[in-house]
Design a protein around this ligand. Structure first.
Ligand code: ADP
Length: 315
């Protein structure tokens, strides 16, 4: 594990202590992002974008954001057996210092690709391909030592979430893609393995069946110690049922060029604050700051801020 330029957890654990601060499992997608489109594509027309990014996506969003904030980050992920897989593997391990010793290339499998079309502050996605299971027995049978883990609440992640929880990993969750909604009951049941759950408002309402984000937040707070709902340009809100804290923070008034991975960046920063033992309000403000900085830059996962970018804002 390479030395970190900044170790946010040095005060709460020895930098020499073995293991990961954060362990993630999932699939690395190839993200291709077009920003500043005047409108979505229409048949038979051509539209021009003012910016473009090509970067690791999927679970790599959270991994890169966490590593840039100084967490010792391990990723157990499936990578495609193609040029995108080569590109993403190199970026994560050589440039971003994410530990890939638990990851694997899947022979003959093509990286899934997501194209993000950003119009104003919103975006549409076109995806081809699907997740590949991380059939990594080490991860499931005897999870490596880690302070925290992130799992998407999908069926494929259920075993990992259970194993991580049983070995004392503090689990943070987000909602995986589930267009049919058929996994929702399983996922609600599996929230018992999680310390915190951080969906965006659309996901939170769909997930709980509530018609507004506040009700959805409280419904989630009945099931997990810490419930967070992110509100895009409106910021984020959270309830910590263990301490009784309730907080809402507005986001920074920034011009969002590329919202790709904003929620993932938010999650990683929230985890930094949690592991460092900060009060809920500070965790929320820090996560909101990091995500607000990220959306101003084009580049998806590679727009996540590091401590050098945050220093002027976070004193
Ligand atoms: P997701 O990216 O998971 O869909 P959100 O859209 O709620 O989640 O965004 C996550 C966080 O990113 C927000 O809570 C906020 O901190 C930041 N963010 C997103 N969009 C904007 C925006 N237009 N302006 C400022 N901050 C934003």
């Amino acid at each position: 594990m390479p030395a970190r330029p900044f170790d946010p957890l040095a005060a709460v654990r020895s930098p020499a202590e073995p293991g990961f601060d954060l362990l993630l499992a999932g699939t690395v997608f190839q993200d291709i992002i077009f920003t500043g489109l005047p409108h979505g594509p229409e048949p038979g027309t051509e539209i021009w974008s003012d910016g473009m990014g090509s970067c690791p996506g999927g679970v790599a969003n959270q991994a890169i954001a966490a590593a840039r904030l100084g967490l010792r980050t391990g990723l157990a992920a499936a990578f495609g057996d193609d040029g995108y897989g080569d590109f993403n593997w190199k970026i994560l391990s050589n440039q971003e210092h994410v530990d890939l010793s638990l990851s694997r290339r899947v022979p003959g499998w093509h990286s899934p690709v997501t194209v993000s079309l950003c119009v104003d502050q919103d975006r549409s996605l076109v995806t081809h391909g699907h997740s590949a299971p991380v059939t990594n027995s080490e991860l499931i049978g005897k999870p490596p030592k880690a302070l925290a883990g992130i799992a998407e609440l999908g069926l494929e992640m259920e075993t990992w979430a259970r194993a991580a929880h049983a070995s004392g990993v503090k689990l943070f969750g987000d909602v995986g893609w589930d267009p049919s909604g058929e996994w929702a009951p399983v996922r609600l049941e599996n929230l018992k393995y999680f310390y915190a759950f951080l969906p965006n408002q659309r996901e939170a309402m769909a997930f709980t069946g509530k018609d507004n984000p506040w009700s959805a937040l409280y419904a989630l707070a009945d099931r997990v110690p810490v419930a967070v709902v992110t509100l895009g340009a409106q910021g984020a809100m959270a309830v910590d049922s263990e301490t009784g804290e309730e907080e809402w923070v507005p986001s920074l008034p920034v011009k969002a060029h590329d919202p790709t991975g904003a929620g993932d960046c938010f999650d990683a920063a929230f985890i930094v604050g949690t592991l460092a033992g900060w009060p809920l309000g500070d965790r929320l403000r820090f996560a909101n700051l990091c995500a607000s900085l990220a959306v101003q830059e084009v580049g998806g996962s590679l727009a996540a801020p590091g401590w050098g970018d945050i220093a002027d804002w976070w004193k």
